[in-house]
Design a protein around this ligand. Sequence first.
Ligand code: FES
Ligand code: FE
Length: 451
Amino acid sequence: SKPELFLRKPKNRPGRDNYFRYVNVDAGWVDRRIFWDEAIYERELEAIFARCWQFVAHDSQLPNIGDFVTTYIGEDGVIVSRHTDGKAYVYLNACTHRGNKICFADEGNARRFTCNYHGWAFSTAGELLGLPSENAYDPGDIDRTQWGPRRARVETYKGMIFATFDPDAPGLEEYLGDYRWYLDAFLDNDEGGIEFLPGTIKSYANANWKFGVENFIGDAYHAWWTHDAGGRAMMGGPFPAYDPKDTYHASVNGHGWEFALEGFGDIAILGSQEVTDYYAALKPKIAARLGELRARLFGSLASAAMFPNMTFLPGIHTFRMWLPRGPRKLELRIWTVVNKNAPESVKQAINIGCNMTFNPAGTLEMDDGENWEGNTRTNRGWVSRHEKLHYGCGKSRQIEHPELPGIVHEGQFNDANQRLFYQRWADLMNAKSWSDVPQRYAPRYAGRPTR
Ligand code: FES
Ligand code: FE
């Protein structure tokens, strides 16, 4: 039968490092080698991507039995498929015979998946169904029940399907923790929840995956500068001058959301009066559903990321996964997300505005990729690579907020969410297993729903 998952095996592997040599949260710096070094990247694949819950699909992408998408958990290809029992299963997209990729399509509908090399067939739950010329195998040669591709654990939150290969990972609800309070503003601001519009856009950048994530987790600072021209084109004028009042960074378990408490900044960037009117009419209902505070924060200039690599702009409605392809390359997959019950014309206006700004040819997205490639490429220099990067903005701005959960800092121009992202990164990189990962925040909503 199959060997135990490698994660359970060697307790003290060679080359273990103290990753807080690379991340200093109190002083506010990060060592540049974490964006370049192959050995650090290999450890990330094991300690971050093979451990953490990661988004793999939304229910709306798999409405029917047999629907599937293929994606990645770290660099492990996976199939996500709706089985005949109605559940989504996630398993390695790698044949257990000689290892060929099982399914080469990005999405579709299938009754089974048949490997191209010798024809082994697998069910939509990841079971080995059959092999050609079965009379070549004597009794005892193979126990079919043991030779399906490895399955991941699967859990969902409000239609979002997450998976992890780590049997010891905490449940999804605990992994998300109080971040659910923020996620609800995006996933559950209207009855019916969200849906993913059809179409996945893929692009590639010669950049470390963390630069994409840390930008969305809290880098409002760059928008005013990098996106000045694009912002003027979309909004008809410059961004309003930065005002820290009523703006925040909030972080939970390395997940982050930065936001203002007023305005329709992100929704205005979509450039559709119909969409703005739709949300203006929805705001009182959001307040009734989620409370006054979450109604105020939704739609403002904001961005968010869930550790390790899922990000979204709640007002602009773009949702994106940063898939690592080595320390110096990433694959970006993006979708437009809308409220399922929104009028069709609102959905289409959002899709157009979203793609005019945040797709590879969009007015705002093009600005970013070049910067992140630059951040990564300069590390070719041996001296440059051994320098540190400054993450010290807003170190003394931590507050206790009566309603906002998480570790909260005042001021939208801040490195707080980034510092706490890299703290979580180092905690996981150091940990031998989940039981070693420190709890750095006592949740307010432990064991109870956030709506
Ligand atoms: Fe898949 Fe042989 S490699 S059937
Ligand atoms: Fe940007």
